[in-house]
Ligand binder design. Sequence first.
Ligand code: P6P
Length: 322
Amino acid sequence: MSDEKVTTDIITLSRHVLDEQRKHKEASGELTLLLNAVQLGVGLAGASNVQGEEQKKLDVISNEIFINALRSSGRVAVMVSEEDEQAIIVEDGLRGRYCVVFDPLDGSSNIDAGVNVGTIFGIYRTRPGSNGTVEDVLRPGKEMVVAGYCMYGSSANMVLSLGNGVNGYTLDNAIGEFILTHPNIRIPSRGKIYSVNEGNAMYWDEACTEYFNSLKFPPPGKNPYSARYIGSMVADVHRTLLYGGIFAYPADKKSKNGKLRLLYECFPMAYLVEQAGGKAVNGSGRILDIVPDQIHARAPIFLGSNDDVEDWEKINEKFAKK
Ligand code: P6P
């Protein structure tokens, strides 16, 4: 008889969320039902990614899958998708009290190269007395109640926070459930990796140039950081969360507000990184304090290990004072 320990107490995402909900006094089970719809959405979207269809079709397919899964849950009032110009207000009869902002297939331009892509999402509760309007999502990211992503690669990995730490789950295709595989993810206080598109270096401001040079040409006795840039935010942030270091998409002469979208790329990733003990700033302050002025607003972002982000802030403040 093999003495290999057989796990007989598998913790599924649904069970883990219910356990988490019980820690919240106002647990109503509504959020659990909504997260079941999110699981369905990402599970189906992930499955649709292997058909190798044209990338633009996969964006559309994933978007429709996610919208239908959320709408049919009956727990959503407002949806904002990277794929839709306007916010979607769910019709009466199916309207719930949560607002979901999402990028259904972030990084999809990389699909044909076999690079990991993913769904990024954040969830707000509608404001007290609101029946669900776009104003319910033009709020700072710190007011989100859930943030997460599902990365599609050799397996489907969901990383999720309900405001009480960060947990990672892996889809077990045999049972169609996400299983808790990375409990209580904590980002190292300092890493050895920087992740930025160096192809934009000629457009960077002086602070960025000085900061990244400080990582590449350190003082004697210190080793340079390694450069890792995949070009798919979910994959770059997932590595940063697990290994530490810094990921950045700065504002530059070409992109005055950076490239990444505040509501459904920067906010969820900043929320997760902070919940894991890291930091996320836009160059003049905390990402999660920003109030979006429109649903597709962009923002510069520097996120990752606390000490690495603080090193960037010190250099940036030096130039800000000039
Ligand atoms: P660049 C993918 O298109 C994306 O939105 C993010 O997933 C990724 O971090 C970024 O753009 C990459 O942009 O300009 O470096 O190719």
